[in-house]
Design a protein around this ligand. Structure first.
Ligand SMILES: Cc1cc2nc3c(=O)[nH]c(=O)nc-3n(C[C@H](O)[C@H](O)[C@H](O)COP(=O)(O)O)c2cc1C
Length: 226
């Protein structure tokens, strides 16, 4: 698959088949993904690639914590102004409509959140971590997280090429204490993001919608093109 096709095909998968992914496939994806650029080639990322009974253990612990507020290592943003808040609202609205969840249906929304905590049934999650040393002047340096985003997109595009689906999930790292305990991740590491990965359940309508995008004209200005 060429790059344009992979970029065009990748989208968040929110229903996976339980079929496992071979470790050799994951290794091929990860080896290539490491070619991502990074700030002065710091390559600040580290990975925990988790499947099988270990992932089941994590999912179970996450479900048990569902009523606890998230405690992200990387603070999540709140209160998005327009036009960003509207985009979030439309995404959530679309997901809930497809799943037949009404606006006032708290139970339904809780169920959908639970599916997220279970990584939408994915048989594997790739957790991306960085060193706490990247805290400078009491703030995590944004450039290192930017680098994590680059390697994350590499992973997701390569996965597409292998017929796999992915979804980047902040939700997958919302209880970092669970991940530290289950995976022996040191306190000196920050857990940035989880990428749920597996074979998409193409029958599920949640995998059939494509999220909206602003037009190029809406986000780009051109200079020097006569
Ligand atoms: C940093 C980051 C965190 C995300 N966290 C979640 C999440 O917790 N749950 C989820 O279902 N999708 C999550 N997403 C997926 C986005 O909702 C998705 O990328 C966006 O709606 C665009 O849709 P697309 O990926 O299908 O193109 C996350 C994406 C990113 C980049």
């Amino acid at each position: 698959m060429d790059t344009a096709a992979a970029v065009n095909k990748r989208k968040s998968t929110r229903a996976f088949k339980p079929d496992p992914i071979s470790q050799s496939t994951l290794k091929e994806i990860m080896e290539l993904a490491l070619r991502a650029p990074s700030w002065a080639n710091t390559q600040p990322w580290e990975f925990a690639i988790v499947a099988g009974s270990k992932l089941e253990e994590i999912k179970q612990s996450f479900i048990e914590k569902i009523d606890e507020p998230p405690a992200f290592d990387i603070v999540r943003p709140w209160g998005f102004p327009e036009p960003y808040g509207g985009r979030i609202g439309r995404l959530m609205g679309t997901e809930q409509k497809i799943k037949g969840i009404q606006r006032e249906d708290r139970e339904g929304r809780g169920w959908w959140r639970m599916q997220g905590l279970k990584n939408y049934g994915a048989p594997c999650v790739i957790y991306i971590c960085i060193d706490r040393a990247f805290y400078f002047q009491e703030e995590i340096n944004a450039w290192l997280l930017f680098d994590c985003g680059l390697v994350a997109e590499n992973i997701m595009l390569l996965a597409t090429d292998y017929g796999l689906g992915t979804v980047a999930q902040a939700q997958a790292v919302q209880y970092p204490d669970v991940l530290r305990k289950a995976l022996g991740i040191a306190d000196s590491k920050l857990i940035v993001l989880g990428i749920a990965i597996g074979y998409p359940d193409e029958e599920d309508p949640i995998n059939q919608f494509r999220s909206e995008r602003e037009s190029l004209d809406g986000v780009a200005k051109w200079y020097g093109f006569e």
